[in-house]
Design a protein around this ligand. Structure first.
Ligand SMILES: Nc1ncnc2c1ncn2[C@@H]1O[C@H](COP(=O)(O)OP(=O)(O)O)[C@@H](O)[C@H]1O
Ligand SMILES: [Mg+2]
Length: 447
């Protein structure tokens, strides 16, 4: 077997390699060489321990492909065979690395009953605590010569920020957790000379980020992104299985335009009682305005859509962006949508009032159920809504991030009445047997 692994670990990566603790996290700044270290560590373990069973997980398939499948195919060209259907690298000594992703909350359960001596969780803060806890139950072995362990890489922010910070930064342990099982190795982009030499522009980009994100992504500061913006969001309470929507419910759509960033389109339906069901999403990148509009029409076939609200910048965007979308200098993206059969109405873009509106729809209505229900097929909305974090400079606003689906939701809900201001049915009077009306036999007997 010929295996020429290029590159030597920097001192932080070497520390990561040397850790055999039950849980080792390598985290902090972006570009510090975390993914590289994760891949290399797992390969070295496979080579050193014949027959080793390793699982490497990322939250989504495209990230998994970009970050691991493609680099591993290159790095292990002559050293391991790859089965694309199973997403497994097999080494001649019997070791194997299985790659997987967990897009949906329940995707982790596919690993139920399986045994992995090593589990690598890439971008661990994108996983929920329940997912991590479940995965630790698959991290076991009957071998006597190897102690099972998990390796994590992570950046601050995201839905798992809280548990990663608790275990590895704050070291605030609960009963049953042993402090000596948790090792944290901080990563800084400056630790990674390979990247700084090859791509100095990347470092400049990190240095020029807004304060909030710069402290998190460049300095690896775990306190700035501590706050999840929508703490009230709960998969159990806000996500529902799709069902047939009654024909008479009012349907409408919302669009947050993006070309390089994803364009997020949501379909909503309001029942007669002020509850909104977000029942479909379209999340596309690098797609021309007319093509997005075409897709929207296709998906809405046979549905009566009352209106479509859209980000007001769609009336301003012109020029280069527009030309790449197939339009002329003078036309706005909104016009292109209209020409393609999807007329738009500018959304109310007041951010703070809008987030407040989202919050009031996440809250319960009088019947004890949240006013907003999201169909489980709206995966990007469900993934990114709980990942929004507070903007530290303005605690009423959310920080920039992957916020396209939440923004689209905000536009959609701003087109609806604020809860509590809808036209109400006549308030019900509690039954009081001693009231004069009841004594008379009350109106209701007559009805
Ligand atoms: N020790 C190393 N030797 C050579 N290249 C490295 C090394 N560490 C990281 N790199 C390269 O630096 C870049 C950034 O590393 P990556 O692991 O993706 O960072 P992170 O996951 O922390 O954002 C990648 O191109 C990676 O291949
Ligand atoms: Mg990475």
């Amino acid at each position: 077997m010929i295996l020429r692994l290029k590159g030597l670990p920097n001192p932080r990566q070497a520390e990561f390699f040397c850790s055999g603790a039950r849980h080792t996290a390598y985290g902090g700044a972006r570009g510090g060489g975390k993914s590289w270290a994760m891949r290399r560590k797992l390969v070295l373990l496979c080579l050193a321990h014949p027959g080793l069973n390793v699982l490497l997980l990322r939250r989504t398939l495209p990230e998994l492909r970009e970050n691991h499948v493609i680099p591993l195919l290159k790095e292990l060209k002559d050293a391991a065979s790859y089965n694309a259907a199973e997403r497994v690298f097999r080494f001649p000594n019997g070791s194997r690395i299985r790659l997987g992703y967990c897009d949906n909350a329940n995707d982790v359960y596919q690993y139920q009953g399986q045994e992995y001596e090593v589990i690598g969780l890439e971008e661990a803060t994108h996983f929920t605590e329940e997912q991590m806890q479940f995965l630790t139950t698959c991290n076991r072995t009957t071998r006597r010569d190897f102690s099972p362990r998990m390796y994590y890489t992570c950046n601050p922010g995201g839905v798992g920020h809280g548990w990663v910070k608790r275990l590895f930064i704050d070291r605030a342990y609960r009963a049953g957790e042993r402090p000596e099982d948790y090792v944290f190795i901080p990563a800084k982009v400056y630790d990674n000379p390979a990247l700084i030499t090859a791509d100095p522009e990347y470092l400049r980009q990190l240095e020029n980020l807004p304060e909030e994100l710069r402290r998190a992504y460049l300095d690896g500061d775990w306190d700035v992104l501590a706050g999840q913006f929508f703490r009230e969001f709960s998969r159990e309470r806000h996500v529902v299985q799709p069902f047939d929507i009654p024909k008479w419910w009012r349907r409408f759509r919302s669009v947050d335009w993006g070309y390089n960033d994803p364009c997020a389109v949501l379909w909503h339906a309001a029942d007669g009682e002020g509850r909104v069901y977000t029942y479909r999403e379209l999340y596309l990148r690098y797609t021309r305005a007319d093509q997005v509009a075409e897709k929207i029409r296709e998906l809405s076939e046979g549905e009566d859509i009352a209106y479509t609200v859209a980000s007001p910048d769609m009336w301003q965007k012109r020029g280069a962006v527009l030309k790449s979308c197939g339009g002329f200098e003078g036309e706005s993206i909104a016009e292109l949508f209209a020409l393609s059969g999807v007329p738009l109405t500018p959304a109310d873009n007041s951010r703070i009032a809008g987030w407040q509106r989202v919050r009031s729809y996440l809250a319960d209505a009088a019947d004890g159920m949240p006013r907003l229900q999201i169909f489980s097929c709206c995966e990007n909305l469900i993934r990114t809504l709980p990942a929004l974090v507070f903007d530290s400079r303005n605690r009423e606003d959310a920080a920039d991030g992957e916020d396209h689906a939440p923004e689209s939701l905000r536009y959609g809900l701003m087109s609806r009445p604020a809860p509590g201001t809808e036209a109400k049915p006549k308030a019900e009077r509690p039954y009081d047997p001693f009231s004069a009306e009841e004594e008379k036999g009350g109106d209701f007997l007559a009805k």
